[in-house]
Design a binder for this molecule. Structure first.
Ligand SMILES: [Zn+2]
Length: 323
């Protein structure tokens, strides 16, 4: 006999794993609002991925303006950086809308004019982008406009003869319209290269922005830089561009407008000869005419003008800075 009791297995509850169910587990239903939000977020993310709007991983769009303090009659360079897609980009500055031109992947630029008559204030340049989701403000940058230091002079001009005042005013207005229409037609391709050069050597006889009293009456503002030189001196293209207009008008005389692209133009007035044709591409430094005394002029000189989207700006700044 043995003291050892045989092992007795008592009947009891055995902890067996629960049987694996092949039926789908029933989840707790989320409230309707949470479900709607989750669905719309998923939809938005898939739409963003589909349209390349990787906003979660790319830096926010940004705009910079150089300089951010500029004189009346100056030129501003606005740059905008954005790696996301847009159907259209535009920039609003001083009550006017301008296009933006792409310079590299994700980089855009526009040159903006500060009008001679712009009030010395702080302005906002606002970049707006249009996408599938509508048009919205994408970036803004502050610009301070300061007063330009421009002289005031008295000028005496001989009264004009041969035409009645009414006829003279009508021909001035029609010439002005042709010039303004040409300057307003911005072409997207950048044709200028680096800094602009003076179109001839000579003494500056009247600066840009000079306020004039002509024959004791308000004579307006000088929208160019006058460079005095003997009759027949070579005038060359200040930068590469396409000849947009050649004409002989009562005020401007024999004149030429050169389109450098992206709203930038230079103007050459009062010449004795025009040596280039409309539609011709001129390279920086290429001969385009000879100085003269045509139109409303008091002696042989070149009136050299610079325009951004039809607004006259100081051409000397284009010689000093490269855009
Ligand atoms: Zn002039």
């Amino acid at each position: 006999m043995s003291d050892v009791n045989p092992i007795k297995i008592r009947p009891g509850r055995h902890e067996l794993p629960a049987p694996i169910s092949l039926a789908p587990a029933r989840r707790k239903r989320r409230p309707a609002l949470a479900r709607a939000l989750a669905l719309s977020a998923a939809g938005l993310i898939s739409a963003m991925l589909a349209f390349g709007l990787h906003t979660a991983v790319t830096p926010a769009p940004a705009a910079l303006c150089y300089p951010n303090v500029q004189s009346q009659g100056g030129t501003l360079e606005l740059r905008y950086y954005d790696n996301t897609q847009a159907d259209r980009l535009s920039c609003e500055f001083s009550g006017r809308e301008y296009p933006l031109y792409q310079t590299a992947e994700g980089e855009f630029r526009v040159l903006l004019p500060v009008k001679l008559h712009a009030k010395p204030l702080m302005y906002n340049a606002i970049v707006r982008k249009t996408t599938l989701f509508g048009k919205k403000v994408s970036a803004r940058v502050a610009v301070v406009v300061k007063r330009g230091e421009y002289p005031h002079v008295q000028i005496t001009l001989k009264p004009q003869r041969g035409q009645s005042k009414k006829d003279r005013e009508a021909s001035l207005a029609s010439a002005r319209k042709i010039v303004l229409d040409t300057l307003a037609a911005a072409t997207p391709k950048q044709r200028w290269e680096g800094r602009f050069i003076f179109p001839l050597r000579g003494r500056i006889s009247a600066p840009f922005g000079e306020r004039r009293t002509v024959n004791k009456r308000p004579g307006g503002v000088h929208f160019g830089t006058d460079i005095g030189a003997p009759q027949g001196t070579d005038v060359v293209a200040a930068n590469t561009g396409v000849v947009a207009l050649t004409a002989d008008f009562p005020l401007q005389g024999k004149m030429l407008l050169l389109d450098h692209g992206q709203g930038m133009f230079t103007a050459y007035f009062h010449m004795s000869e025009i040596l280039a044709a409309e539609g011709q591409t001129l390279h920086k430094g290429q001969l385009l005419g000879k100085t003269g005394n045509t139109g409303r002029s008091t002696g042989p000189h070149l009136h050299w003008g610079a325009y951004v989207f039809g607004v006259p700006v100081n051409p000397l700044e284009w010689v000093e800075r490269s855009f």
